[in-house]
Design a protein around this ligand. Structure first.
Ligand code: NAP
Length: 337
């Protein structure tokens, strides 16, 4: 365990913005967490549980306690003929887990290759890409309650996983530290190839194997998305809006090429990146913050931007989308003040 005061979080957020935490605690084991929470009553105090810092934007210094579980380890806990259960600790890098699963021949999470962040945060955010959401592979989530430091387990039904959301992000925010996630993977992979470009990218590489699917996803992502190691960003800044059939009809009359995807119940997801691009914001910058030039859903720090500058850019973009389409975009990124 490591406890620091007035601690810079620049290295712990992928936007690479400067922000200091009044108090920062790094944990390397479950026992350290239980022990710390037993001695430090955090109820009523500001606190933030940090993962890989890849889905948040600091717009100010954080005047509370940042709790950072960096627990490591990946273990197979059960094997059956069709499935394998692996328990990954919260501080493992998400993509390292995907690489391990693929190298072991276990399918399910290969489409989620190269998503930045930690294993713990994958459950908070219900990360998703190329037609796969992590909720469908999660067997259970292990956590420690901040209120009453004891170990608890949650099953998918408890977590209310939704589109880039869960109870951990919603009504339980700040109440639990996720320590590990157990995934149920398939020993006989069933590939998800419906998203545009995935199947053809795999075929170019050769046989339909887990390794080729991973490689295809990695190269698609690398061709469109900025690498947070090189340019500060937090992936998709906004969620794709979901609208009803009546609203969609109205939009399609004016914009027949609007990409839209049925969600059931007469609801349709529309591509937020397309809306932003149509408003003329793709590739535009405001000071040291910009809308990425290959994927308009991603905002980037061109170097030295403050969190506030990035937030202001996002508000301009959202305002333009509202003015042109009457749709208010919802942030996917968590803004921390
Ligand atoms: P894209 O192919 O340009 O498509 C734009 C949007 O259309 C995507 O966001 C996707 O929604 C939706 N879409 C495309 N094909 C679809 C289908 N067959 N069925 C349902 N919805 C479909 O998208 P992109 O920006 O390159 O992203 C590709 C994938 O990577 C997406 O799944 C996206 O979510 C994911 N991604 C995630 C992050 C992150 O930070 N979490 C960042 C970048 C990209 P969905 O987003 O709902 O899948």
């Amino acid at each position: 365990m490591e406890l620091k005061t007035d601690f810079s979080l620049k290295a712990f957020n992928t936007f690479k913005v400067e922000a200091a935490a009044a108090r920062y605690v790094r944990f390397d084991s479950e026992n350290e967490i239980v022990d710390f929470l037993g001695r430090n009553f955090l109820d009523g105090q500001r606190r933030l549980v940090l993962g890989g810092g890849s889905n948040l934007l600091f717009v100010d210094d954080f005047d509370g306690t940042v709790l950072h579980p960096l627990l490591k380890g990946i273990h197979v806990i059960k094997k059956e003929r069709q499935h394998v259960w692996i328990r990954a600790m919260a501080g493992e890098n998400w993509d390292d887990l995907v690489a391990f699963a693929v190298a072991s021949g276990w399918g399910g999470i290969e489409n989620l290759s190269l998503i930045p962040g930690s294993v713990g945060a994958s459950a908070v955010q219900n990360i998703g890409a190329y037609g796969v959401e992590v909720k469908d592979l999660i067997d259970r989530v292990e956590a420690i309650s901040i209120h009453n430091p004891e170990k608890v387990r949650f099953f998918p039904d408890d977590c209310r996983f939704g589109y880039r959301s869960s109870n951990f992000k919603g009504r339980w925010a700040g109440q639990f530290i996720i320590t590990a996630v157990v995934f149920k993977l398939s020993r006989k992979p069933d590939f998800a190839l419906a998203y545009p470009g995935v199947k053809s990218a795999v075929e170019k590489l050769g046989a339909m194997t887990l390794d080729n699917v991973r490689q295809a996803i990695v190269s698609i992502r690398q061709s469109k998305l900025p690498d947070p190691a090189l340019i500060g960003n937090a992936g998709s800044f906004f969620k794709n809006p979901v609208i009803d059939g009546h609203a969609l009809c109205g939009m399609l009359k004016l914009n027949p090429d609007l990409p839209h995807f049925p969600q059931g119940d007469d609801r349709y997801k529309v591509a937020a990146g397309w809306l932003i691009e149509r408003c003329g914001w793709k590739g535009r910058s405001m000071g040291r913050a910009a809308v990425h030039d290959r994927q308009a859903l991603v905002l980037v720090n061109l170097g030295g931007a403050t969190g506030l500058e990035i937030l202001e850019l996002s508000e301009q973009v959202n305002g333009a989308v509202q003015a042109m389409f009457g749709i208010e975009l919802e942030r996917e990124v968590l803004v921390v003040r």
